[in-house]
Write a protein that binds this ligand. Structure first.
Ligand code: ADP
Length: 911
């Protein structure tokens, strides 16, 4: 590139594999700078590499390059493509103009890449366009020619202007100078300068002497404003290089011509400078922007077309048609072709140029020429496909007439498309076969209307409709659902719902349950529903049966466990959980032995397993333990569950909690025992009672007879009368006891409360029984504890039933006397806060532990046979117990057999 009369090197570098700009050695050499620009994405300016240690190491420095300026070049997607740079061997060598110029070049390259990439990616689509363009270009007036004509024309105009100007200038210089009119008439700008030289005689500035209106217009200053001033005063940024450009004027007094781009004005100028005899110099320049741009465009167009021709993914051949006498095309002669065609045909243009197709390929069929013939006759592009057998590749071709002498043939590889189409056809064939041979019914349905679009053989067989009928039908005619419901289902299917349950009517009128698996497929731009239909009527019925059974098991009042063949629990129903306290999760996988109480004989379980493993049913009772440790009785029936082959797959236990039943049974048994006991006791009581009654009655009868006997002496009569009286009292006592018992039984034993002294009562009892006790040779005494607590001056006052209390004492003391042969009877009293404790202790025969529990029962006596040593009816203690309880206390006994007994009772002190 030429600039200010000097040459500088500009080059672009890229690491891109598809770089359309061939990378040269030079680019490789200046790698370090370029790489830095690529990596940083930034402009890089190195004014002097010698002053920078990093750049000092750069091998370029060794080549004398010390100043560097580089810009990144971007691809259309803003990723980096490479760099454009300029190098110089002078320090600080890149003024603004160069920078701007470089930026401009960078933009052109970016546009070029954009164009190139667009052509690369859309090459096939662009094929026709390109062909059209080739046609246009080649048809007589190509844009290139047009362009160059235009440029030439412009040049001519400019030339004439220049010549004209030159003549005028010459005139000016040759004495007719200072002719203001002439000067002002010039179409180009003209400026007269007085040079300003530096110390070494080089031009460093120039003073404005004169200028014409065109120059005023171009620089934007009036003549008056600049005359007498120097360029640097008006334009301080003018580069020293610019001045250096004019150096030759003063050295050889020669003219200087160059073209320059004036950045501030954005215009290209053609500059012509020449010396004037008076030592001044004249600069004449005019705007050549239009020509430059046209030139650039023309270059770009040319570049683009050759780039397309060489790079396009379409093989292009230019043929010369060869006709026979009747103007039928019989052969084609090679004129030109692009590299892709060379590659496809495996020959070079140079080898075939001037030769014909038939010369090279004598077997070419007539059909091939036929396409060209058609194109000629019908004046249109004729497309056709063909296959090259050797490479097994398919090509799509076009043939058309370019002009009378040239035909264009284009072709590109469509092997992939052809193979893909073939594959697709095969796939379609396969799918069709699958569709028709599938044992599942398949139906294609219009997702909007529900119309049946297709159905396979299985569907025909299943529905009973012929395929012809089916294809005229709609889902509405098959489904039993309402129209509204069908529309809803179609909508859901379009929303990607995959599974549906319907009821379908078959051709026979039978209604069946079906399930459909639905997918969507696109056919001719429309969404079609693809449904695989299964008849699930039998399955559904079976399921319902299973559901019924499982509900029955779930809700069964019996506890049910199902185990595997090893006895591990697989299922347990809620009732079983309720009874055992274990959750279904707790029990799952466990062995039912966790319910074992350990209280059942092992042989029960052995027997169970032997029976069920032999395929039989076992029935029996378990005594099991719940989760909380409580025990329960269960009646269980365990039987094997067998599969269709008769193999045992599970065991099932159906159990019933019989704990309550067991309890009732045991109570019944006890009650029965008690009833039998009572019966036995009653018999004993009656026998006893008759004895007890008969004894005093016999006494009364016998001694009454003796009293009435005349011979009985009077004093004896007196004794007998006493015996009769005692017997009568004894009889009365028995009757009283019986009355009391019946009162207790009827709940009519009356209590009459009164205030009395407990100790007084005891003293009275002692006095009463002393004679009888002494008569039997026994001692009697009273022990009083805590009886000195005086309330209202009266000892141990009680508010109770005195008569009943005396009755209890009488019963207990009489028993003590009756069952004691020697020793002492001790009566005790102890006054407590709210009760009074009485005790009657003897040194008699005592009562065994076992009998101590029984003697308070009615009719119960330790001796229960006729040969009894002691009298009594067995009612005394039970009456006494009832009375003490009625008086708010209780009665109990402590005794040692053979040592004596101590009866104690309390009475509530209500005072
Ligand atoms: P009974 O009229 O037979 O004495 P009770 O109900 O008063 O009837 O007594 C029941 C039985 O309790 C007596 O038959 C006797 O076997 C036993 N028994 C009662 N008191 C004494 C006692 N102090 N010593 C030994 N046995 C007694």
């Amino acid at each position: 590139m030429k600039l200010d009369g000097e040459s500088i090197e500009v080059f672009a570098k890229s690491e891109m594999s598809e770089n359309p700009y061939k990378v040269g050695d030079r680019e490789k050499l200046y790698g370090l700078y370029c790489n830095t620009v690529i990596e940083t994405h930034n402009k890089l300016l190195v004014p002097n590499a010698l002053k920078d240690i990093n750049w000092m190491n750069n091998p370029d420095v060794k080549l004398g390059m010390i100043a560097y300026l580089g810009f990144p070049i971007y691809l259309p997607n803003n990723s980096i493509f490479g760099t454009i740079c300029v190098l110089d061997n002078n320090e600080n060598c890149f003024p603004k103009e160069i920078e701007q110029l470089l930026e401009q070049i960078k933009e052109i390259i970016e546009l070029d890449i954009e164009g190139y990439l667009a052509f690369e990616s859309k090459s096939i689509k662009l094929e026709t366009k390109v062909l059209e363009q080739i046609q246009i270009i080649d048809q007589a007036k190509t844009p290139r020619q047009k362009l160059s004509n235009k440029v030439k024309k412009e040049h001519k105009i400019q030339e004439s202007i220049t010549n004209n100007n030159q003549q005028l200038i010459d005139k000016l210089v040759e004495g007719e100078s200072k002719d203001a009119d002439l000067f002002n008439k010039l179409n180009s700008a003209i400026v007269m300068f007085s040079p300003v030289f530096g110390s070494e005689g080089e031009l460093i500035d120039a003073t404005y002497l004169d200028m014409n209106p065109m120059n005023e217009q171009l620089i934007g200053y009036k003549k008056e404003e600049v005359i007498g001033k120097s360029i640097l005063e008006i334009f301080p940024e003018t580069s020293p290089k610019w001045f250096r450009t004019f150096g030759p004027i003063f050295k050889g007094k020669s003219n200087v011509n160059f073209e320059m781009f004036h950045k501030p004005l954005g215009k290209h100028f053609s500059v012509n400078a020449f010396p004037i005899d008076d030592g001044s110099f004249c600069v004449n320049y005019f705007d050549i922007s239009k020509q430059v741009i046209l030139k650039e465009n023309s270059k770009e167009n040319q570049l683009l077309l050759s780039s397309i021709f060489n790079r396009i993914n379409v093989a292009i051949v230019l043929f010369k048609p060869i006709f026979n006498q009747i103007h039928d095309l019989i052969d084609l002669e090679y004129i030109d072709m692009n590299p892709l065609n060379e590659q496809i045909m495996d020959f070079k243009l140079a080898d075939v140029k001037g030769k014909t197709v038939l010369e090279l390929f004598p077997n070419t069929n007539k059909e091939f020429f036929g396409y060209f013939n058609t194109s000629i006759q019908q004046k249109r592009i004729v497309p056709f496909n063909f296959k090259i057998d050797s490479s097994k590749k398919f090509y799509h071709s076009n043939a058309f007439m370019l002009d009378d002498n040239r035909m264009v043939y284009t072709c590109y590889d469509i092997t992939e498309q052809i193979l893909a189409t073939k594959k697709m056809e095969e796939r379609e064939k396969r799918h069709k076969a699958i569709f028709n041979n599938s044992s599942s019914s398949i139906v294609l349905i219009d997702s909007d209307s529900g119309a049946i679009l297709d159905g396979n053989d299985a569907l025909v067989r299943y529905t009973g409709y012929s395929k012809k009928t089916l294809l005229k039908m709609n889902l509405k005619q098959i489904s039993t659902s309402s129209e509204e419901e069908i529309q809803k289902q179609l909508y859901l299917a379009k929303q990607n719902k995959k599974h549906f349950d319907f009821k379908h009517t078959l051709a026979s009128g039978e209604i069946r349950n079906i399930e459909a698996y639905v997918g969507q497929i696109e056919m001719n731009g429309k969404m079609i529903l693809h449904c695989t239909v299964h008849d699930i009527t039998d399955k559904k019925n079976a399921l319902q049966d299973v559901l019924k059974l499982s509900n029955a098991v779930e809700q069964s009042p019996a506890s049910i466990i199902i185990t595997d063949t090893h006895g591990n629990i697989e299922y347990t129903n809620p009732k079983n959980c309720e009874i055992t306290g274990y959750s279904a999760e707790n029990l799952k996988g466990k062995n039912p032995r966790i319910l074992k109480s350990g209280k059942l004989a092992e042989h029960t379980y052995k027997d169970l397993w032997n029976t069920i493993l032999a395929g039989g049913k076992w029935e029996g009772e378990f005594y099991n333990r719940k989760k909380n440790g409580n025990y329960y009785w269960e009646h269980a029936s365990i039987s094997p569950i067998k599969n269709e082959e008769g193999t045992t797959i599970n065991f099932m236990k159906i159990g019933k909690d019989i704990s309550e039943q067991k309890k009732i049974q045991s109570e019944l048994r006890k009650a029965k025992f008690r009833a039998e006991e009572n019966d036995r006791l009653k018999t004993a009581f009656l026998a006893n009672l008759s004895h007890e009654i008969r004894t005093p009655l016999n006494g009364i009868m016998g001694f009454t007879d003796l009293i009435l006997h005349e011979e009985t002496p009077d004093d004896a009569k007196k004794d007998y009368q006493n015996i009769v009286k005692e017997s009568g009292e004894q009889l009365l006592m028995i009757i009283n006891d019986l009355v009391n018992i019946s009162q207790i039984e009827a709940g009519e034993l009356n209590i009459k409360l009164s205030h009395f002294s407990a100790t007084d009562l005891l003293d009275e009892i002692l006095l009463f029984y002393k004679p009888e006790v002494s008569k039997k040779g026994l001692e009697i005494q009273i022990v009083k504890i805590n009886c000195q607590v005086i309330k209202s001056g009266i000892n141990c006052m009680l508010f109770s039933d005195r008569k009943r209390l005396r009755q209890v004492f009488d019963n207990l003391i009489k028993n003590a006397i009756k069952f004691t042969q020697k020793g002492t009877i001790t009566l005790g009293i102890e006054c407590r806060d709210y009760t009074v404790l009485f005790t009657i202790q003897d040194t008699g025969i005592g009562i065994s532990k076992e009998n101590q529990k029984l003697i308070f029962d009615r009719f119960r006596q330790v001796e229960e046979h006729f040969t009894r040593h002691y009298g009594g009816n067995g009612l005394g203690l039970s009456i006494s117990k009832e009375i003490t309880e009625l008086l708010g206390g209780e009665l109990w006994v402590e005794s040692d057999l053979g040592k004596g007994s101590k009866f104690s009772f309390t009475v509530a002190n209500n005072s």
